[in-house]
Design a protein around this ligand. Structure first.
Ligand code: SAH
Ligand code: TMP
Length: 408
């Protein structure tokens, strides 16, 4: 689906970066499927009206989210802990009704967050179109509806089950092209005292760290507080709090409510002012970003070619969806990276999207001790480096590319 116009403000988009043909971030595949591999022209644009940073073209949702979706949230213990805390913060926030509160989570995946509500007997519903991960959530006592969220589905839920206290989402709002339809649905779903709490990778961090790998097929938007204020303002809702998060290399949690329902916390004007100072409302900021991205590509390719020339063994660590952008944009294939190890069974034995680097079980990593490991899951650096201390003790080195290309 191509958008020459901003999906939110309907005003012309200015292209800021072009990555060329890209495969699906989670499109791990077998050799027999090479001929049918899906590619799309990936470029991003910006609207100075809505301040939305967005893909110009995105594959149809059904191509990305289905009954064999490769991303299982619970592969990270750090994220499991993060979502346990998020759930506790919602439960203790004071925003939920005292009697029989009802919460909905969009994109609940394998139940990583909602299981913390289910185990306490709190009325909940997960909206999760990818059936394989939704079934995993069911095993943890989480009730799901395997559908794409829309304004129509919101109306159906209100009719069948009534309005809700909290609308939660993590790393999913930025996946949905008809985001205005989602917000219209939320407006109908929420009780007058209801709140929205969602988090997504944060545009401010992407610009500050040149983490361009947050741009891939699923991420149709990268939000800022400015763009979220604009979007929800169209439905008479407002930001009441903003909470920066460390997850996914820098995320923002947005808390919103019907206009006037709650006092606005100081974090809101503070972070909005910071974003204006960073230039998240101006096109020229993205011209500088493009230059940094191009430099990052040159530095990374030079480093890997240099190591190859020296006869070093280099592998990738964690077959993340975001690494699909790095590997394809920089043209890094099995000649420079022998394999990628990953803990997700559905990815193992397959080849990486586009560049076709073999994905192997992570046990292979310890068994073969490479000279260098390119940490493709740089956002999980703390967790991974913590459990791979032996690798470094035995002389192994990490390569990371965010915030700049370096050997650690
Ligand atoms: N919340 C989890 C999963 C994020 S991945 C976490 O943070 O780890 C995004 C999830 O959103 C996927 O499981 C995908 O199937 C789901 N999703 C994608 N589009 C959706 C839509 N329109 N409505 C609801 N869920 C959606
Ligand atoms: P994400 O960056 O989109 O969360 O994807 C994480 C990927 O990294 C997922 O494929 C699992 C993999 N992974 C490992 O292989 N080992 C680990 O220790 C962690 C935390 C993740």
């Amino acid at each position: 689906m191509t958008a020459k116009l901003c999906r939110v403000s309907n005003t012309p988009l200015k292209q800021v970066l072009d990555f060329g043909k890209q495969p699906l971030g989670n499109g791990f595949l077998e050799k027999k499927d090479f001929a049918n591999e899906y590619f799309f022209p990936m470029s991003v644009g910006f609207s100075e009206v809505s301040m939305m940073f967005q893909l110009l073209e995105q594959p149809n949702p059904e191509i990305m989210f289905h009954d064999h979706y490769a991303f299982y949230s619970s592969t990270s213990g750090f994220m499991a802990n993060h979502f346990k805390q998020f759930a506790e913060e919602v439960i203790n926030s004071g925003y939920l009704s005292k009697t029989s509160p009802f919460v909905i989570e969009l994109g609940c995946n394998d139940g990583i967050m909602l299981k913390n509500f289910a185990s306490k007997g709190i009325q909940h519903l997960g909206i999760e179109p990818s059936l394989n991960v939704a079934k995993e959530a069911n095993k943890h006592g989480v009730r799901t509806r395997s559908e794409f969220f829309s304004e129509e589905l919101a109306e159906t839920i209100v009719k069948e089950e009534g309005q809700i206290d909290a609308f939660l989402a993590a790393n999913v709002m930025c996946h949905i092209p008809d985001i205005l339809g989602v917000v219209k649905g939320i407006k109908k779903l929420l009780k007058p005292t209801g709140v929205v709490m969602f988090e997504d990778p944060y545009l401010g961090d992407v610009i500050a760290k040149t983490s361009y790998d947050q741009i891939y097929d699923e991420h149709v938007f990268l939000f800022s507080a400015l763009s979220i204020k604009y979007l929800f303002g169209l439905c008479d809702m407002e930001l009441i709090d903003l909470q920066p998060q460390k997850t996914h290399g820098g995320s923002m949690r947005y808390v919103l409510a019907h206009k006037g329902a709650y006092p606005v916390k100081n974090s809101v004007p503070e972070i909005l002012a910071k974003e204006m100072a960073q230039g998240l409302d101006k096109l020229e900021t993205f011209d500088k970003f493009r230059e940094s991205v191009e430099q990052s590509k040159i530095d990374l390719v030079n480093l890997l070619k240099d190591l190859k020339a020296k006869g070093k063994k280099v592998v990738g660590y964690a077959a993340t969806s975001k690494s699909t952008t790095v590997l394809n944009y920089c043209g890094i294939g099995p000649d420079l990276i022998e394999y990628i190890c990953d803990t997700t069974p559905i990815k193992q034995g397959k080849l990486s999207p586009g560049m076709h680097i073999p994905v192997v079980p992570y046990e292979t990593f310890a068994a073969n001790s490479p000279d260098y490991a390119f940490l493709l899951a740089w956002n999980h650096a703390e967790e991974i480096m913590g459990k791979e201390k032996k690798y470094v003790e035995s002389g192994g080195k990490w390569i990371i590319h965010v915030p700049k290309v370096q050997v650690l």
